[in-house]
Design a protein around this ligand. Structure first.
Ligand code: BGC
Length: 753
């Protein structure tokens, strides 16, 4: 008996040892080993061809892994407001799936307008969950290009004009998305501040403006947010395309900031193999995207980082050092995403997701003006409500370029208003004007037919008659997502509202004093009628919950607390890029027809340097229509006198400012305390003041809270281009605290030693 057991045990032992030997896990799959060691192991097993294959797309939105080793493909998706529907392998046309519709979240301008970092994390988390559920590994966003001109067609995808606000708002978004094992790709690095000539321009910007205005959000995204990828831009800087740019990608991103992640090209932004190899690009997309139909066996082999690279290596013309670095970065990304066994499974269109979309919409809406407290709508007096304007009935999630979506639903403003007020009031609609009747992007159709053949006069008359006979008038207009409006690829042609809207608004104001204008846009617009209109709401593009968020603010269920993330100038010429003449490009070159193709790029010089947005308006004392940071509430807040914990600080010190904010009105609400720093005397030109802190506080009626801001010398510094370092000049400074850049309530002086 004993003998038999011993023999069986011996046999089992030998078998187990044999199995262990033959089935030893390779190091790269062994989760007990450090990731960098696992990466080295994969590298040692890969062939040259496999390495090069990893560096470029295999389809519109995916790149290969290493099939032989079981390393998965990377699947990317736009970004940044929801997960884009599936397109064909090689074409932009829809793949025709029926399971790829999602929740659309508010545009990034709206998120930024919440001035609420918690909202940004919530946004990232739920969006990341949807991306994960759709089996995506890299989300192409968020966008953080600074708002330089109100004409930029893509401003709606970005976070405004201020580097500090953008930096603080982008970091939680990134962390939220990446908590799902889905990478973000912060874009477009860098200096892609207009759509016109985006493929054919060279931006000239001084180092101070580069470091103080345009780079900080990207730096925050990679150093604080740890964005696992970053997307290069289309334009040129120092006459090199941004997605293959020595200065931006190698010198600044990878050397100065120590970036260990992956640089992804914008789609079709690469055009030179040598530069792509040597100047810091890691992953190439979109270069030649019409491959198979052109008769080439495999279009993707012709990418700049494909066969041409392999040929150079095989011919001994370039080494493999850059190649290994690129592959190392991609494998590092794989361990965080595709090969991450601990990532959650994600989910889609949950009640939580809808609630987040609605809440961000409500918090992002900015009450620009509210004379006579026309808003919120008094439900006891509003027996008949007129809703007027095309944007009340127009789907906005379809269009605008790569951020276009296929949604599970989109609540239109008119529907939201009907749902909220329809039980107590008679809600009637009139169009007022006809703008864009289309609604299709890349084969996704809005399904709406907005054709209306009536004349402008007929449409206007109908609206005026309705307004006359109503208790309240809500005009819902603004811009839309068609070409030359808030849309990728082109800029707006003018600053004013399109489609006769100015006339319609003025006519409505004449017949009904209870008028609220709701502007749906991602950009500032001219408001020649502003004095005639008592109430204006800036509502942005709010995605699936648009109508519900707007109705909630109109009714006062949500008390508006959004603040403008960029200045609304009175007229275009008041904006610094326009006043100093360098938009859309250098005048002489423009006249000579430059910018038409890549052989004749046009120069765009940022003459205004650091004086962008409120930095310009404040310093030059040019009164804006609505200032950066502005936004009203249905209640009133009072700021106490600010105090500092010291009067003098040394270079290594910190200093804190404390202020009390009190709700002295009758409704609960939220206020954003904003800290601006002003350098009283400087050896270099400096803006009148700069945002260096903000905090949103929720207060019940009568409640007060203390807000404390702590800063160090970074908040006092400017970038010294000659020394290539940040300098805080000793001397007097002032902390200015208020609820808008043009509403400073309290100031404290202090000295830097
Ligand atoms: C856009 C990117 C986008 C990419 C993929 C490009 O044209 O500039 O923002 O992520 O296309 O759709």
């Amino acid at each position: 008996m004993f003998k038999k057991t011993a023999i069986v045990s011996l046999f089992t032992f030998i078998a187990a040892s044999y199995m262990a030997q033959t089935h030893t896990q390779p190091v790269y799959l062994d989760e007990s080993k450090p990731v960098e060691q696992r990466i080295q192991d994969v590298l040692s097993r890969m062939t040259l061809e496999e390495k090069v294959a990893m560096l470029h797309a295999q389809s519109k939105f995916s790149s290969p892994g290493v099939p032989r080793l079981g390393i998965p493909e990377f699947w990317t998706t736009d970004g940044p407001h929801g997960v884009r529907p599936e397109v064909m392998w090689d074409e932009w046309d829809q793949a025709g799936w029926t399971n790829d519709s999602i929740i659309a979240y508010p545009a990034l301008t709206a998120l930024s307008a919440t001035w609420n970092k918690k909202m940004s994390w919530n946004y990232g988390k739920v969006l990341g969950e949807e991306a994960r559920y759709r089996k995506k590994d890299i989300l192409l966003g968020p966008g953080v290009n600074i708002y330089r001109t109100p004409l930029n067609g893509r401003n709606f995808e970005y976070m405004g004009e201020d580097p500090y606000l953008t930096s603080k708002m982008v970091v939680p978004y990134i962390k939220g998305v990446q908590s799902n094992g889905v990478a973000t790709s912060v874009k477009h690095f860098a200096l892609n501040n207009q759509e016109m000539f985006r493929h054919t321009s060279n931006v000239n910007v001084d180092d101070r403006a580069l470091y103080e205005i345009y780079l900080p959000p990207f730096k925050a995204a990679v150093t604080e947010g740890d964005s696992w990828t970053i997307m290069g831009a289309y334009d040129m800087y120092k006459n090199q395309y941004a997605s293959q740019n020595q200065y931006l990608l190698n010198d600044i991103l990878k050397k100065e900031w120590g970036y260990k992640g992956v640089v992804v090209s914008d789609w079709g932004a690469v055009n030179n193999t040598e530069q792509a190899i040597h100047n810091g690009l890691d992953l190439e997309f979109g270069s030649w995207t019409n491959g198979l139909s052109a008769g080439t066996k495999n279009a993707y082999d012709n990418y700049y980082l494909a066969k041409p690279y392999l040929d150079l290596i095989k011919a001994g013309k370039v080494g493999t050092q850059e190649l290994d670095d690129k592959v190392t970065r991609l494998l590092r990304l794989a361990y965080k995403t595709t090969m991450n066994r601990n990532k959650p499974f994600g989910n889609i269109a949950s009640e939580e997701h809808k609630a987040v979309a609605k809440e961000i919409g409500e918090e992002g809406i900015v009450l620009l003006k509210n004379q006579g407290n026309v808003l919120p709508i008094d439900i006891n007096k509003a027996k008949k409500i007129a809703v007027i304007g095309e944007n009340a009935i127009k789907i906005m999630t379809v269009g605008g370029g790569s951020s276009s979506l296929k949604v599970k639903y989109e609540t239109l403003p008119l529907d939201g208003i009907k749902t909220r007020f329809g039980k107590q009031a008679d809600v009637q609609y009139a169009r007022g004007y006809v703008g864009d009747i289309g609604g299709e992007y890349n084969g996704v159709k809005s399904g709406q037919n907005l054709k209306d053949d009536r004349s402008a006069a007929e449409l206007l008359n109908e609206a005026v008659e309705l307004a006359k006979n109503s208790d309240y008038v809500i005009f819902v207009g603004g811009l839309n997502k068609s070409d030359f409006q808030d849309s990728e690829g082109n800029d707006r042609k003018s600053y004013g509202l399109p489609y006769n809207q100015d006339n319609v608004i003025s006519a409505l104001a004449k017949v009904n004093k209870n008028l609220a204008v709701v502007l749906v846009s991602g950009n500032a617009v001219a408001m020649p009628w502003i004095k005639e209109v008592p109430s204006v709401l800036q509502s942005w593009y709010l995605g699936s919950e648009t109508g519900n968020s707007i109705a909630s603010v109109l009714a006062g269920d949500a008390n508006p607390s959004g603040k403008l993330p960029f200045t609304f100038p009175v007229k275009l010429e008041d904006n610094s890029a326009h006043q100093l003449g360098e938009y859309p490009g250098q005048k002489g070159e423009l006249a000579a027809g430059k910018g038409k193709d890549q052989k004749n790029p046009i120069n765009i010089t940022y003459n205004e340097s650091i004086f962008v947005g409120y930095r310009w308006h404040d310093t030059k004392k040019i009164k804006p229509l609505f200032s950066f940071g502005h936004g009203l509430s249905y209640t009133t807040f009072e700021f106490g006198k600010a105090s500092a914990d010291k009067t003098t600080m040394s270079q290594n010190d910190k200093i804190s400012f404390t202020v009390t904010v009190k709700n002295i009105g009758k409704r609960a609400g939220a206020e954003v305390a904003q800290l601006y720093i002003s350098d009283m005397k400087s050896s270099v030109p400096r803006p009148a003041k700069e945002l260096k802190g903000f905090e949103k506080v929720y207060l019940n009626p009568g409640e007060q809270k203390e807000v404390t801001f702590t800063i160090d010398k970074a908040a006092l510094s400017y970038f010294d281009a000659d020394k290539h370092e940040w300098v805080a000049e000793p001397g007097d400074f002032e902390a200015q605290i208020g609820n808008s850049s043009d509403a400073i309530k309290t100031k404290v002086k202090f000295t830097l030693k």
